[in-house]
Structures are given as C-alpha cells and as structure tokens.
Design a binder for this molecule. Structure first.
Ligand code: SF4
Ligand code: SF4
Length: 443
C-alpha cells in the first residue's frame, strides 16, 4: 500500500517527551482498596445510582445509569461493599455524586460479563446496544458517549470511518502502547464500529512518530480490503477530530457542525479496544490505560488502572516525584487540567497524569502584542486569536463572538507560539463560557 503523510493547515510542533514512556510495556496498576466512581464521567446527563450503601457489588456490574440518550452508565471496577454515595471532586474540577466501594480484593466478576456473540452475527443495532450498556465513551478526549456518535440522524449519511491514532498531546502514550500491544483487538473494534455505522470504508490514521505501531497495523490489516492505513505528519492538534478529517479527507467540518455533517465518524484507538473487549468478553468500561509521566516522576509508567483509583496511588506506584511538583495535570501539557488534589479518581477520560516541576511552571511575564501574526498562522481553525483575546480581556464578548470565539477548540497552540506570552487561549476560553452563559439565559 502506498503510504502518504497527511496533515492539516496550522498547528505546532512542541517537544513530545513521549520517550519517557513509549518504550515501556503496559503494567497493571496495584489494586486499590477503595474506589470512587463518579456518576458522571462523560458529556451528557449524569447517572443515578442503582445501588445502595451496604450493598455488595461485583466487578463490571452496572451501578449507575440514566434514561437520557446522551449519557453512559458507570460500572464497578472491584467487587466489594458500597460504603457511601456522596459528592466528590472529579478531575474536571466539578463535584459529582460518587459511589464509594471498599474492595474485598477478590475481583469477582458480575454474571453479566460474558461474550456477546460473533461479530458477523450481530446487527448494527445490537453492536450499538452492547457499546451503550458497556458504558463506552470516547477515551481520547472529552468523553462523548460512543453510542450517540454511532446513531446519527437518518438524513446524515455516513460513508467513512476514521480510527484516530494521532495521540498528538506531548507526554501521553496510552494510545501508542495500546496500538503496539493490542493491535488485533483494535482492528476488531474498528470492524465492529464500521458494522455499527454500516460503512464500507475505514481508515486507521497514525502519526509518523509511531512507526512501530504503523508496522504492526500494516501486518494485521494486509488482507482487509476495506480498511486503509494512513500515516500523518507529527503535529499538534492533529488528534482533534475535525483536524484529522481535514488531514485525511481534505474536508472541512462547517463552523458549529459535527463530523457527521461531512459523512464521517471518528473514534479513538483505545475506544475501539474497549469495544472489542465489550463484544468478545462482555467487559464493561471499568478500567483504562493511564500514562503517569513527567521529568519529575521517579519512574514514569503506563498503567492499566481501575476506574475510581485515586491518582495518588498511581503516582506512588511510579515512585512519587523527585521534587515538589509545580503542577499536576490530568492530561497533557496543552489541554490537561491542573489538579488541586491527588485524591481525585481515575475516570474514563483520564489518559495521563503529568507532574511538572516548579521551574517548568514558572509564571511568565506578559508583554504587549507585537502584531507578529504567529497566532493566526498556527490556529487550526483559522481564527484570529489576538483579536478574540483582546475583546475578551475588555469584556466585549459580543465582538469576541463575531470573531468566531465559539469555534475555538481550546488547543492552546496560539498561547504556545505567542512570543509576547499573551494569555490567548485562556482568555478565549473565558469568552466562550460567557457567550454560552448569555445564550443559555436568553433561551
Ligand atoms: S484560537 Fe483556539 S483553536 Fe485557535 S489556536 Fe488558539 S486555542 Fe487553538
Ligand atoms: S502571536 Fe502574540 S504577539 Fe504575535 S500577533 Fe498573536 S498575540 Fe500578538
């Protein structure tokens, strides 16, 4: 097959630092004694608890669900006793009702965890239902429930499925390690996703800084006529689904639109692996791969962690920090969220824990804009970050909206490149929140 490196316009090339963990096999995390399972780990409606304090639950058992379509059930990651249900902080900074379960250390599986049948015999509707019941959400980004993505309205004809293996955030490697160690399952999940969408054509898209993964996939799809492998340039934020569509298909998702508007659905490689597990083993989404990394982490590792494990336990398994951290992020340095506590639990969207030193997080001196235009050059959405930011800083959110603030994907590329260290993405984010608040009020 001819290999071409694709990419999108704009973007940046920050140092990757992936070598801290990309050569290390995935290791199972130590079993937590207590897990904290938030009832909302996804975009959409929160779940309601299906269990009571004092009840015995088994691993994989559904313990929270919602009747809303845009939601995803949550499952126990251990067998043990429910000790409490109370509001607790999640990595998003929100306080969410959380089921606290004390593990009995036996990991007794719930009886519902069993293979769901042969993929050839499952209908599209059955596959989507399995995915929904397994609580699968996008594991590479914001945590959008996968069954919703797979159920576009009838007027939106989907003809292409893209499997996203970009993993463009610096430091993070859970997708890379999954691609190396679980490529056959990922291809199985890709076939399941294609069948769920009734599409004939699937594309596995991987950045060229993961040549070992590209070679692994080449071998496993060599006899599949309808799945193509495409290599992409290494660039941030190529993993953004609209950027990857642009890089692979040359199509632009319209402003305010969704991939389905250009006949496409994009899913992450780890999501495909979770789907394979759900069909082949009946496994619900109660564990995920987390990279614990950073120059101040004693022994950076890629861990298979149970959902609900406090992140401090994963940091401890890596030997802790070599110095007091300046910041601990959940996620990468570009889009990760700074944490004020290491007691927050791993949730479905936790792909990485990044420790940054005090010197790496020194406050910068903000200078006046020198009109160099670099922020415009790198913005993957073709925005004018300097103007949106300037209007936001003057609280002129109407004008920020006119400059398409809502199209900003919060990638941080403009802030990264700005020689004057202007707080561009931060102020644009504020503008977005204000615009959305005003819209909500006027409804
Ligand atoms: S304006 Fe938004 S989308 Fe454009 S570079 Fe800045 S953060 Fe990224
Ligand atoms: S990159 Fe910074 S200094 Fe250059 S135009 Fe944009 S805001 Fe101004």
């Amino acid at each position: 097959m001819r290999m071409r490196n694709r990419t999108f316009k704009g973007g940046i090339n920050p140092p990757g630092y992936k070598e801290l963990t990309n050569g290390k096999p995935i290791v199972r995390a130590n079993d937590p004694k207590v897990v904290y399972i938030p009832l909302q780990q996804h975009i959409g409606a929160p779940c309601k608890a299906l269990v009571k304090v004092g009840e015995y639950v088994r691993m994989g058992q559904k313990i929270g669900d919602s009747i809303a379509f845009v939601s995803a059930p949550v499952h126990s990651s251990v067998s043990g006793t429910v000790k409490g249900i109370e509001p607790m902080y999640t990595p998003s900074g929100a306080k969410v009702d959380t089921i606290i379960i004390e593990s009995d250390g036996l990991d007794e599986l719930h009886e519902s965890i069993k293979p769901k049948g042969n993929l050839d015999d499952l209908s599209s509707t059955e596959i989507i239902e399995i995915i929904k019941e397994a609580g699968i959400t996008g594991l590479g980004g914001a945590g959008f429930p996968t069954h919703v993505k797979l159920s576009p309205p009838p007027e939106k004809k989907i003809d292409t499925f893209i499997l996203n293996g970009a993993e463009c955030e610096p430091f993070l490697t859970p997708d890379h390690r999954s691609m190396l160690e679980m490529f056959e399952k990922i291809v199985f999940g890709t076939k399941a996703l294609m069948k769920a969408l009734s599409v004939e054509s699937g594309i596995i898209a991987i950045e060229k800084n993961k040549m070992d993964a590209i070679e692994a996939f080449k071998a496993v799809i060599k006899d599949s006529d309808n799945i193509k492998l495409v290599t992409m340039e290494t660039k941030y934020p190529q993993g953004d689904e609209k950027r990857i569509i642009n890089a692979i298909l040359g199509k632009e998702v319209p402003s305010g639109g969704l991939p389905m508007d250009v006949g496409c659905v994009v899913n992450n490689v780890s999501t495909a692996k979770a789907i394979a597990d759900a069909i082949l083993e009946g496994k619900t989404l109660y564990e995920r791969i987390v990279t614990v990394t950073g120059h101040i982490v004693k022994e950076p590792m890629v861990l298979l962690a149970k959902i609900g494990t406090p992140i401090q336990e994963l940091i401890d398994q890596c030997g802790g920090f070599t110095e007091d951290p300046g910041k601990i992020l959940i996620g990468g340095p570009m889009m990760g969220k700074s944490q004020f506590s290491t007691q927050v639990p791993v949730i479905k969207t936790t792909g990485g824990i990044l420790g940054l030193s005090k010197s790496e997080t020194q406050p910068v001196k903000i200078q006046p804009c020198i009109r160099c235009g670099r922020c415009l050059t790198v913005c993957p959405v073709y925005l004018q970050p300097l103007y949106i930011s300037a209007y936001s800083l003057k609280n002129n959110f109407d004008e920020a909206e006119n400059y398409r603030a809502l199209d900003c994907v919060e990638c941080g590329a403009c802030s990264y490149i700005c020689p004057a260290k202007r707080p561009l993405s931060e102020s644009i984010k504020i503008a977005k929140n204000e615009i959305l608040k005003t819209r909500k009020k006027s409804k």
